[in-house]
Every structure is written in structure tokens, then in C-alpha cells.
Design a protein. Structure first.
Length: 318
């Protein structure tokens, strides 16, 4: 009788961990969009100070997150339903030319994972993977294409410094990962993540305007628990959500995980611009929780300059 008991216990253990490893991808459907439409906030956290226009840029030249189209749809629905902003969806790198980018009040980097060689989507489209992503530029010399990639990057950083908003969602933080400058702008660089699992996110400040949707309760979902390096070690941002590291599965690569706070969402200033980073989520199922939608909408409105809230790093953080 011992063997069946052991088998049953083993099956129970597998069942308990199945959601963390077996969450399924699915394509965007009208039915799913309607579900998000129904649970999205009807009223924005604050009234827009002006008509707002947001670009959702979703080109990826490396690892392709299955939730990219869902994330685009979610951001668009949030703006449309609440009236907070209008949305343009694009994979066109020329949106970042100075004349084009100037029409937007904020830019969303939607899971733009680049190739690991340079960690730069612009450079991939124009040089490293030009055959696949930038065939129209092949007649340019290599020098011209390298210069064009740099021009687009500089246009983006100048746009933010001059007051443009930047929203970085999940894998978007892997873009320009080798740039110390961009790490400073965003607040950190992607390092690695332990395996996908149930992640508990604690609210850093329950009284903050952006975290009020959670009502002081932890946000629990299935996700990749992102860990960061680069400028992250300076903790030069206002943290919003923090991983409860005690509830993560052990990972040999993350032996020092408890040595510093492990935040996965924050806001910060960069010169005249405002930045919102939100790691949730690798999975579109997370967007089916209304509190996350309300949180993301608030973060977007912060970058647009409509929602004013404390964004300086707390003194104790340093």
C-alpha cells in the first residue's frame, strides 16, 4: 500500500506546481478583448490635462513574448475606455525619427526583446538582422545603417529628456540593455529571471496614488520574477511593487536575492521626462485582474504628466 500512497502524494505535488509551469499561451481573440474591455477602468484616475497620444512600439528581434499582441490590445483598451489617451500601434522604427516621435506624449516599449549580441532593436533591424527586419534599408552602406540606428536611439533619449513619457512593460527593459545611459534613464537593466512561477508582489507604499488599486493587498500571479542590474543597484527611483522573495522557488543563480529589495515596478524622473516600469506580466492572464489594469493606467497617466504623485526615491532606500 505504500507505493500507491507515494504516487498520490507525487501527483498532488505536481498538481500544486502545475499552474506555475503549465500556464498556456493563447491568441488574442475578440472575446478576450471584450473581457478586458468589460473589466478595464471606466474612468481614468485623473482627468487628462490635454488630449494625449501614446505610441505602443512592439518590434522584437530576439525572444518573442507571446503576450505582445495582448499587451498592445490592453494598453489601447485602457486609453479608449477611460478617455485618457489615444493609441497608435506600430513596429516601424521610423516612428523614432525626431519629427515623428514629437507627435506622441508617451512611448510604450512593449516587450521589445532584442538579439543578445547587442541588445538593441534598432541595430538589429538595421544591421544584425537587416534581411529579416529592415530589408528596405539594405541599399544603405553599413556605416549609414549604424549611424541611422544611433540616430534613432539618440532621438528616443532626447525625447525623454525633453519631457516625453516612457512606459517600459516587462521584456521592454531588455532593449538597449548594454547602454549604461539607458539603464540610468529606466532605473535598471535586465539581469535574469528564475523560472516562471507564482509570484507574490507586495505593495511598497499603500498610500501612494498609483498603488491604491491594490487596496493594500499583495498582487499574486504567474510570472517571470525579473531581477535587475546596472543602474538598479542605485535604487534611484520610487518603488511601487516588490517581490516577496521568501515565496520564490530556490534558484542557484539567485543566492543573493535577499541582499537588496527586489522591485518589479517603479516610477522615476529623467530630466524633464517621466518613466514608468512595470514587469507584470509575461502572461496575458495577469491582465484579467482588474487591479493590474487600473495600476497600469495610473502609471501611463503619470508618464503623460496628468497624474502627479511622489516620484522621488524614498530617503531610507539609500
Amino acid at each position: 500500500m505504500k507505493t500507491p500512497i507515494l504516487i498520490v502524494l507525487g501527483l498532488l505535488a505536481l498538481t500544486a506546481t502545475a499552474p506555475a509551469t503549465g500556464i498556456k499561451s493563447f491568441k488574442v481573440t475578440p472575446e478576450w478583448e471584450q473581457k478586458i474591455q468589460q473589466i478595464a477602468p471606466r474612468i481614468a484616475p485623473v482627468k487628462p490635462k490635454a488630449e494625449r497620444k501614446v505610441l505602443v512600439f512592439s518590434l522584437t528581434t530576439g525572444y518573442k513574448h507571446w503576450c505582445i499582441p495582448h499587451t498592445s490590445a490592453m494598453v489601447k483598451i485602457l486609453g479608449e475606455k477611460s478617455g485618457a489617451y489615444t493609441t497608435i500601434l506600430s513596429n516601424n522604427i521610423e516612428q523614432f525619427l525626431p519629427l515623428n516621435i514629437s507627435q506622441y506624449d508617451a512611448i510604450v516599449l512593449n516587450n521589445n526583446c532584442p538579439d543578445r549580441k547587442n541588445r538593441d532593436v534598432f541595430l538589429d533591424a538595421l544591421v544584425n538582422k537587416v534581411d529579416k527586419y529592415g530589408a528596405k534599408y539594405k541599399d544603405l552602406s553599413l556605416e549609414e545603417r549604424n549611424a541611422f540606428a544611433l540616430k534613432l536611439y539618440n532621438s528616443l533619449t532626447t525625447y525623454i529628456a525633453n519631457g516625453g513619457g516612457l512606459i517600459v512593460l516587462h521584456g521592454g527593459i531588455t532593449n538597449f540593455n548594454n547602454s549604461g545611459e539607458f539603464s540610468e534613464i529606466v532605473g535598471g537593466s535586465f539581469n535574469f529571471h528564475p523560472k516562471q512561477q507564482q509570484v507574490t508582489l507586495n505593495i511598497v507604499d499603500e498610500t501612494h496614488a498609483l498603488t491604491k488599486p491594490f487596496g493594500g493587498e499583495p498582487f499574486v500571479h504567474i510570472d517571470e520574477p525579473y531581477l535587475f542590474n546596472g543602474a538598479y543597484t542605485k535604487l534611484n527611483f520610487r518603488p511601487l511593487l516588490e517581490i516577496d522573495v521568501a515565496k520564490l522557488h530556490p534558484d542557484k543563480r539567485a543566492k543573493d536575492i535577499a541582499e537588496i529589495p527586489r522591485y518589479v515596478s517603479w516610477i522615476k524622473r529623467h530630466e524633464q521626462g517621466r518613466v514608468f516600469f512595470c514587469s507584470p506580466s509575461h502572461n496575458a492572464q495577469s491582465f484579467e485582474q482588474p487591479v493590474l489594469l487600473e495600476f497600469i493606467l495610473g502609471g501611463i497617466q503619470y508618464t503623460l504628466g496628468d497624474l502627479d504623485c511622489p516620484d522621488a526615491p524614498p530617503a531610507h532606500q539609500h
